[in-house]
Design a protein around this ligand. Structure first.
Ligand code: HEC
Ligand code: HEC
Length: 378
């Protein structure tokens, strides 16, 4: 069995090949309203992951891939190279994964009071066949701290207030931030879903939390929007040509939109905790925002006070999956420092945004942020 192959690259191959064929699952359209598409009505051969929205279903596929160190075709039929419908074929690995899901739920139910303590990752940890002999290398090796941990330990050397004040100062100060109410950014976008090379992107942003991105993907114009309340994706690699985002992906879209305007971050969460860790050997301060019973969001600030990373989590029927966004190359836009490089990493793939220009305070038609037309091939 393969461990070393990069699943993100494989996903790219799969989806580029299949979308070249054109035919495919594009026939089914999202409803006009925001009702989520559900897994067992939308897909063809769902036996255990029933009754969940399609975008959560794809997060589960990310959980499976990440946990086993697999790409999509490690479990799914290689017929995928020619036909996207081949996702529905039951291979031996898929049958095994279904059994594992049932086993995992049984363990959680019987031994953890129904709490989702056990996930695929608990045993697999990036391997298809989890070891059952203790590793001396691990036992006596260096302890690695994961900066992305959801559990943080309080840092008493500084306070949440002080860190936010430092951040606001670092990006230009409250007054200049208040004066930046919108922007349009241009640049390039690269990832598993662009056929390997960079393609043009435009990002539209309006304070406090509206965002739209338009990517000129090889197959056609690919759009993702958040109108302040609702989010949609009309992208060729998604299971549907127009997917309303729900649950953790809706919160994620809101977060992505909100962080574009730093002034709103602190009040977007009712509770904050502060901690410290390291990213690439450099000291960072972690602020963890919490709203009620939702999963928290980690914000990482470097020593100059700039935001360098966000980690958020999506809850799925098969455990929790992380998404990491890294911000760098801060440059001055109307007196406000904005990141020109954004790297998004999650269990289904990785995307790089490299911006070349950002125009501040542009009037943007509100329809930019509304529900886009379903994805259509060029
Ligand atoms: C560890 C094995 C495993 C990996 C890796 C995996 N899947 Fe799956 N996939 C499954 C299983 C199991 C099902 C069926 C779920 C069920 O029966 O409820 C499934 C079903 C699907 C379906 C629904 C097909 C249909 O029409 O019924 C799609 C789409 C899908 N997977 C996409 C993906 C993508 C994209 C990836 C890579 C990011 C991926 N899967 C990686 C195990 C896997
Ligand atoms: C309690 C521990 C445990 C959990 C939880 C668990 N697995 Fe496994 N899984 C194993 C072990 C152990 C094996 C290897 C069995 C062997 O060596 O044949 C395995 C094997 C597999 C295989 C076959 C891999 C191969 O190459 O033969 C698949 C696929 C798989 N697991 C998927 C999953 C998925 C998907 C989940 C989450 C829904 C999951 N597992 C959760 C312990 C676990």
């Amino acid at each position: 069995m393969t461990i070393g192959r990069r699943r993100a690259l494989f996903l790219a191959l799969v989806l580029v090949h299949t979308s070249l064929l054109g035919a495919v699952a594009v026939a089914r359209q999202a409803g006009a309203d925001q009702a989520p598409l559900m897994s067992d009505t939308y897909f063809k051969n769902v036996q255990v992951l029933k009754g969940i929205p399609v975008d959560e279903f794809m997060d589960v596929m990310g959980m499976f891939s990440a946990s086993l160190g697999y790409d999509c075709v490690s479990c799914h039929s290689e017929q995928l190279y020619n036909d996207r419908a081949a996702f529905a074929i039951s291979t031996p690995a898929i049958q095994r994964a279904r059994q594992m899901f049932v086993m995992m739920n049984a363990i959680n139910k019987q031994y953890f009071g129904g709490q989702p303590r056990m996930s695929c990752f608990t045993c697999h940890r990036g391997q298809n066949r989890p070891g059952n002999i203790p590793s001396l290398a691990i036992q006596y090796g260096e302890l690695l701290e994961d900066p992305n941990s959801i559990t943080i330990f309080p840092d008493t050397r500084t306070t949440v207030e002080a860190q936010f004040a430092k951040y606001i100062q670092a990006v230009g100060g409250a007054q200049r931030l208040a004066a930046l109410t919108s922007f349009v950014a241009k640049g390039s976008y690269e990832g598993f879903n662009t056929g390997g090379g960079p393609v043009p992107i435009e990002i539209y942003a309006s304070a406090p939390d509206k965002r739209a991105q338009v990517v000129q993907a090889p197959e056609g114009e690919s759009t993702k929007t958040f109108d302040g309340q609702r989010a949609w994706a009309a992208e060729p690699w998604r299971p549907s040509p127009l997917l309303p985002l729900v649950g953790g992906n809706l919160s994620g879209a809101k977060l992505e939109a909100m962080v574009q305007f730093p002034a709103g971050i602190q009040k977007a969460f009712s509770q904050w905790r502060i901690s410290g860790t390291e990213i690439d050997g450099k000291r960072v301060q972690v602020l963890q925002g919490v709203n009620g019973t939702e999963l928290p969001v980690n914000f990482y600030f470097d020593e100059t006070g700039l935001l360098v990373r966000i980690v958020r989590w999506n809850s799925t029927i098969s455990g929790v999956v992380p998404t990491q966004i890294d911000y760098s190359d801060y440059r001055d836009v109307a007196g406000v420092k904005l990141p020109y490089k954004i790297l998004m990493t999650w269990t289904d793939g990785q995307n790089t945004f490299t911006l070349s220009e950002i125009q501040p305070n542009v009037t943007i038609n509100p329809t930019r942020f509304a529900r886009p037309a379903p994805f259509a091939r060029r």
